[in-house]
Design a binder for this molecule. Structure first.
Ligand SMILES: [Zn+2]
Length: 410
């Protein structure tokens, strides 16, 4: 059949001042260009350049009602509500794109797969600039000033190969040749963000660039900007990170080791929504309840490494929203439940820390409802069996105590 109307989004970085300006990496940050609108549209699955230009057609009217999130605050979809159940292969237009971008794309793709349980593979063999994407492929390219926004939000975007686009603007689009489904995507990263040897330029910085690539790949999956309204720069700020979602305009997100991963409170929820639409078996997410029906809670909702985990009245907050990954991690606020130092002793500190993939962070539930630290065989225990808010959680030998019985999201 013919290509269905496909809606796409574009994103990037622009602005010299105000909330939209890219965050400089440090003193001496260089200039950034004037602000430009940041939406686009596409009406074909194929990437067809004519005379070096690919026209993406008009943006649908729905595109502009960005205030109406389908669910929650801080993440938004464009029209697509599903991912492709068979997953995606991410490819590169040319060798330079692959050489420079692969490490960022790999990290983003791993996170997309972790969040959605949908398969993402990477193929670094260049496809050429005239490649027409089949279903299930996302193609990414590095070009100088590749993106040209329309003069107004409902006017077409263009992608150009001659460097005549907008400085410091990358863009990402998705296509939908099956109703409601993101079937493929394409993204173009402005090469001006990189030095000649493929490093992040100083005013951009490595941390920011990681989030930037995740932002554009988020667009290729069907995520829209997370801004609360059409007013630019008014994204929700996470109570977890103190940062904005990756899908904010411009991309922002975690400024620490979590950089480039999708923000659990926001972007992750949009990706889960899309994956659920595809029928994916998502990692369970929700509260973990224990003694006195109180919740496993990150103290003060602070994501700093070393923050204690405690028992607290359930309040539906993000500090009590745990994602149970297949790899045995319990994640809240974009970090992992951690047995401090992986020490095997009663009373050892249970805390939140950067996810490392290490044995300090691998847990499983047993038939008695206990949460077992796999490496030590000891369990999560409410200190002294006390039910007061703020009672700290510790590691302890498994026994038959109510303070060791938990109910986890399924
Ligand atoms: Zn964007």
């Amino acid at each position: 059949m013919a290509f269905c109307a496909a809606v796409t989004l574009a994103g990037g970085l622009q602005g010299t001042a105000g909330a939209d300006a890219p965050r400089p990496a440090g003193p001496g940050a260089g200039p950034a260009p004037a602000a430009a609108p940041d939406f686009g549209a596409s009406r074909a699955d194929g990437t067809t350049f004519k005379d070096g230009t690919m026209s993406l057609g008009p943006a649908p009217a729905a595109r502009r009602s960005v205030g109406a999130a389908p669910h929650g605050e801080g993440w938004q979809l464009d029209k697509a509500t599903k991912l492709l159940a068979s997953g995606y292969t991410i490819k590169f237009y040319d060798k330079k794109s692959a050489d420079v971008l692969t490490r960022y794309v790999k990290a983003s793709a791993a996170d997309l797969q972790r969040v959605t349980n949908i398969r993402y593979t990477i193929d670094t063999k260049p496809v050429g600039w005239d490649y027409v994407r089949p279903r299930g492929e996302v193609v990414i390219g590095l070009l100088k000033r590749p993106c040209v926004p329309g003069a107004t939000p409902d006017q077409p975007w263009k992608v150009v190969r001659d460097g005549s686009g907008t400085a410091n603007l990358s863009c990402g689009f998705y296509s939908s040749s099956l109703p409601d489904t993101t079937t493929s995507g394409h993204a173009y990263i402005d090469s001006e963000f990189f030095t000649a040897d493929g490093k992040a330029i100083p005013w951009m910085g490595e941390t920011y660039l990681r989030s930037h690539i995740s932002h554009e790949l988020g667009h290729t999956m069907g995520l829209a900007h997370a801004n609360r309204s059409e007013k630019r720069g008014d994204c929700a700020v996470g109570s977890d990170s103190g940062e904005k979602p990756v899908m904010c305009t411009p991309s922002d997100a975690y400024q620490d080791k979590r950089a480039g991963t999708y923000v659990q409170q926001f972007d992750v929820q949009g990706l889960r929504y899309l994956a659920r639409g595809a029928g994916a078996a998502l990692p369970p997410q929700g509260r973990v309840t224990g003694l006195a029906k109180k919740c496993l809670d990150v103290k003060g909702g602070k994501a700093a490494n070393g923050t204690r985990v405690q028992l607290f009245t359930c309040n539906g907050g993000v500090a009590q929203s745990w994602i149970l990954q297949k790899d045995g991690t319990f994640r809240a606020l974009g970090k992992c439940l951690d047995n401090a130092g992986n020490v095997n002793k009663n009373g050892n500190r249970i805390q939140l820390s950067d996810c490392t993939g290490g044995p300090a962070q691998k847990w499983k539930t047993d038939a008695k409802g206990r949460i077992v630290h796999v490496a030590s065989g000891k369990v999560l225990d409410v200190t002294g069996g006390r039910t007061a808010n703020g009672t700290l959680i510790q590691l302890y030998t498994a026994k038959t105590a109510k303070g060791q019985v938990w109910s986890v999201p399924k």
